[in-house]
Ligand binder design. Structure first.
Ligand code: FAD
Length: 318
């Protein structure tokens, strides 16, 4: 079922969902199942699976020259989605990127998803790969997520790249896109970022999932601005419970989001990571409760491969 249908059917009751990462290459899918299993108690209608593009690594050869090596550390997004749908009978949502894909790769990828009975995708640009400062699209690929959304919408209307296929069966994907309450790191302003977010919706996106935030006011202000700009689709808040002291520096650096001072100070004073995890859980529960009171359609949690803390949060809310 489509995410928008799940939201409609819930009739205002907030839904629980989460995002997982495919395992590192060489690891077993069982680790993913073990993480999902306990969370099924809270009846998630859908589970997101991230997509990780290949990275370039440079290795020095014996002759001193550098050899460029392509490595893909977390393959398997599509396979995991199919396995999740089969095992847990919930909708699995693969993320799909502009980066690393030509338009034809994208079309073929979407055809695979359609054949596997996958009805939702989250369309993203992706980040610059290691050793690149700016994001570089493939020669025959997309520069912005809005263009990718347009291609997915076209396929939903049976408009294939190849003119001769124009009478083929249409796909029927529900399309999610990313939104940034604290603006995307490359955007010159929040207003310009929302302007381009609106373009993703105009091109056919059906809902927005936000980047993680730790201060609900940022989400409320973002939703208000989006509504003022005429964006009417559901805006699903993305939440991440902090679990380690390292994340105090890593999260603002990696995702360009602010942490409230009182949360920072509590974490700084915590004696070990067990205490940090407890602080992260309590903060996330408080955030979630306030969001529920304000009528959010879904609470979406970034698990980053660990489900213990998400379990404790869901247990107190759902
Ligand atoms: P876009 O919407 O294309 O925006 C990128 C930047 O370009 C923004 O600054 C925007 O304001 C600007 N812009 C957009 N259109 C135009 C235009 N026409 N002209 C000028 N500027 C423009 N990454 C992964 O690699 N794999 C994942 O699975 C993944 N999942 C994610 C899930 C969520 C919910 C979120 C929030 C992010 C996720 N990311 C993932 C990270 C994402 O790929 C990066 O944040 C990326 O840098 C931007 O992606 P986007 O889709 O928001 O890009």
């Amino acid at each position: 079922m489509k995410v928008t249908e799940h939201i409609q059917n819930a009739k205002g009751k907030p839904l629980f969902s989460f995002e997982i990462l495919p395992p590192l290459k060489g690891q077993n899918i069982q680790s993913i199942f073990d993480n999902i299993d306990p969370l099924m108690e809270f009846k998630p209608p859908f589970i997101d699976v991230t997509y990780h593009r290949e990275e370039y690594e440079y290795k020095e050869r014996e002759n001193g020259l550098l050899e460029k090596k392509i490595v893909k550390k977390r393959p398997g997004t599509v396979g995991i989605c199919a396995a999740i749908q089969n095992k847990f009978k919930v909708d699995a949502i693969p993320h799909i990127l502009c980066g690393g894909f030509t338009k034809e790769d994208t079309e073929n990828f979407l055809i695979d998803l359609d054949f596997l009975g996958i009805e939702n995708v989250v369309a993203l640009r992706g980040d610059a790969v290691k050793n690149e400062i700016y994001f570089k699209p493939e020669r025959e690929g997309h520069r912005y997520a809005s263009e990718l959304v347009k291609q997915i919408s076209s396929l939903n209307n049976a408009i294939y790249l190849d003119d001769e296929l124009q009478n083929s069966t249409a796909t029927n994907f529900c399309i999610g896109v990313a939104g940034y309450p604290e603006k995307h790191m490359e955007a010159p302003s929040l207003d310009s970022d929302i302007h381009f977010l609106k373009q993703k919706i105009a091109n056919g996106a059906n809902y927005i999932i936000t980047q993680m935030f730790f201060d609900n006011q940022k989400y409320f202000d973002f939703v208000e601005k989006c509504r003022e700009e005429g964006i009417t689709v559901p805006i699903i808040p993305g939440l991440k419970p902090i679990a380690t002291k390292n994340q105090l520096n890593l999260i603002p650096h990696r995702f360009k989001v602010d942490l409230p001072d009182c949360l920072i100070m509590d974490i700084v004073k915590a004696k070990d990571n067990e205490a940090v995890s407890q602080i992260g859980i309590e903060w996330c529960i408080k955030q979630s409760e306030e969001l529920i009171k304000n009528g959010v359609p879904v609470l979406h949690y970034y698990s980053m491969g660990k489900s213990n803390n998400i379990y404790k949060i869901a247990q107190s809310l759902f």
